[in-house]
Design a protein around this ligand. Structure first.
Ligand code: FSX
Ligand code: SF4
Ligand code: SF4
Length: 319
């Protein structure tokens, strides 16, 4: 955060989200709870302080909207609670009701009104080839506004930036081999444009809803979470998947699955990239704690900076 968020009186309302629900949000379902996270003193302190609504502008560049869809799957708190009680979502291309020029103008008005105090969420990569013309978000007075323009104009005056999804964090699929749009991730774009606003990367293609909600809540109440070398919160991306995989014993004993439909065995021979991947999917699980990639397929390393090229082919071993 550039400075303390001094929000208008109307926004300083408690969210109504219970302490228990908030902890569940950060730790996932009971089956996937990581004790160290539950007792993280900073999080508990944040809860005691109560939550404040906070203006958020959500931009979408080159992506598939899967990141937003993943957030819509947030079970506890529900997406309605997040939007109505945790944040004040001022602009979102998919769920916003305002359209066209009015919506574009609103982005600039909010950025100006909450200068240094709003959060900018960036979903999708930023295309920079052809002066950004591969991604035009809207227009004002017949001036086309590209994703590149809007990030350049709003990011420097934001309090913080969240790069949601691997495309926003590192370029992801749009920046893969054959990319003609000059797609790039937020950190890289900021470096080239001398933008110094703090960035939290929340990779994943798509990211787990808990990672998005947990990072937002942490950012707003405790500040920037501890980040790893690739700018990801260690709270969610601090552990290696392979080192913690329930199939690690199989790997150690060379019990290997030969096909994806094989219910037993380590999946390295059918392409699992767990050894190169840092995320808590093995304990948080997906689909409300129902399953995760390694149960039915392999980890394709979707949270890593080189994804997808560095993890391809997905179903062939990396060795
Ligand atoms: Fe990328 Fe978001 Fe992958 Fe999709 O928009 S992280 S392509 S799941 O959803 O940006
Ligand atoms: Fe490691 Fe993947 Fe095998 Fe699990 S299935 S032990 S993550 S290689
Ligand atoms: Fe991504 Fe691997 Fe987690 Fe699946 S298990 S969501 S591929 S990091």
């Amino acid at each position: 955060m550039k400075d303390k968020q001094a929000l208008p009186e109307a926004q300083l309302k408690p969210t109504g989200i219970s302490r228990r629900n908030f902890l569940k949000t950060l730790t996932g379902t009971a089956a996937g709870i990581g004790i160290s996270q539950v007792f993280n003193p900073a999080l508990i302190q944040a809860l005691e302080k109560g939550l404040e609504r906070h203006p958020v502008i959500w931009l979408q560049g080159q992506g598939c909207t899967g990141c937003s869809v993943s957030l819509l799957n947030s079970v506890d708190p529900t997406i309605a609670d997040i939007l109505l009680k945790v944040i004040s979502l001022q602009f979102h291309p998919t769920v916003g009701v305002t359209e066209g020029e009015n919506a574009m103008k609103h982005v600039y008005e909010v950025a100006e009104e909450y200068k240094g105090r709003f959060s900018l969420v960036i979903e999708g990569a930023i295309p920079v080839a052809e002066n950004g013309k591969y991604c035009i978000l809207g227009e004002i007075d017949h001036r086309e506004i590209t994703m590149m323009d809007l990030v350049q104009e709003t990011a420097p005056i934001a309090g913080s930036v969240l790069a949601v999804g691997t495309c926003a964090a590192y370029g992801g699929i749009p920046a893969a081999k054959g990319n003609v749009t000059g797609a790039t991730g937020v950190m890289n774009f900021f470096k080239k444009n001398n933008i110094t606003t703090p960035v939290v990367n929340i990779p994943g293609c798509p990211p787990h809803p808990d990672w998005i909600v947990g990072s937002i809540v942490h950012l707003l109440n405790v500040g920037i979470p501890e980040l790893d070398y690739d700018g990801r919160p260690t709270l969610f991306f601090g552990e290696n998947i392979h080192d913690n995989c329930p199939r690690l014993d199989d790997y150690d004993e060379a019990v290997m699955a030969a096909t994806l439909s094989d219910p037993l065995g380590c999946r390295m021979d059918v392409g699992c990239k767990g050894p190169d991947t840092y995320a808590d999917c093995y304990k948080r699980k997906w689909n409300s704690g129902l399953n995760w990639c390694v149960d039915n397929s392999v980890c394709i390393g979707c949270v890593e900076p080189g994804f997808p090229d560095a993890m391809s082919p997905f179903y062939e071993p990396a060795y």
